[in-house]
Design a protein around this ligand. Structure first.
Ligand code: 5RP
Length: 236
């Protein structure tokens, strides 16, 4: 599965492989979204096929659900699972306190719901995702399409006076159209460069009418597995 990988793909694979060993028979497991989470789903698929691992999985996006089903993993809804033992997901940035920026793949809403409905959330990432301070990666914010321009103005106004370095806000586009999340919403990307107080910013953003959820995960992640291009893995 992992032959001839570039260093960054190898780093993602080894992190995913290591985290997959935390999964035990009978567990209800949240599956993240993105290229690192895809490696995890492939590792789990192998465990199901070769070792008879039996889990019930709750995916955080349609694309993760499609891949999991294709690989023979039992997929259930969060309602059916009720609660999860473990969620394993990627991240766009992770700081020393295990606070995260997520949502580069536009799945932050389901990712946050699934992670917070789990006993434990483990993040898997290549070493480039580790940062001293969050904010170099643009912060995704999921918003309702109705009145999105007004929501954008309110987000820009909210950033004034908060501990951030940049304040540019843009609607995420793909192929000339505003991106739609699995819930049919849009994404604003906030170019903040440096986030001084992630908890304060997250709370302020979620008070704005039209904002559904933001991509700051504060005090949600319990453990971090970092992969390196030479195959080394570090756990925190
Ligand atoms: C999707 C996410 C992903 O976890 C994040 O974008 C990292 O993706 P990748 O593993 O491809 O770097 O938050 O919404």
């Amino acid at each position: 599965m992992a032959k001839d990988l570039s260093p960054v793909e190898k780093a993602k694979f080894v992190a995913a492989k290591q985290a997959s060993r935390m999964i035990e028979d009978g567990m209800r497991v949240g599956l993240g979204t993105g290229s690192t989470a895809e490696w995890l789903v492939r590792c789990i698929g192998e465990m199901v096929r070769d070792e008879g691992l039996a889990i019930r999985a709750v995916p955080t996006s349609r694309r993760t659900a499609d891949l999991a089903r294709e690989l023979g993993i039992e997929v259930v809804t969060l309602e059916e699972a009720g609660w999860l033992d473990l969620t394993i997901d990627g991240a766009d940035e992770v700081d020393g306190a295990l606070n995260l920026i997520k949502g580069g793949g536009a799945a932050l809403l389901h990712e946050k719901i699934v992670a917070t409905a789990s006993d434990r959330m483990v993040v898997i990432a290549d070493a480039t995702k580790r940062v001293e301070t969050l904010g170099a990666f643009p912060l995704p914010v999921e918003i309702i399409p109705f009145g999105w321009q007004a929501t954008k103005v309110l987000v820009e106004e909210t950033l004034v006076g908060l501990d951030v370095l940049g304040r540019e806000v843009e609607l995420r586009m793909k192929d000339g159209e505003a991106v739609r999340t699995d819930e049919g919403n849009h994404i604003l990307d906030l170019h903040l460069n440096r986030i001084g107080n992630a908890r304060q910013l997250g709370l302020a953003l979620n008070q704005i009418a039209g904002v559904v959820e933001n991509g700051l995960f504060v005090d949600i992640c319990d453990a971090l597995v970092i992969g390196h291009g030479d195959g080394r893995v570090e756990s925190y």
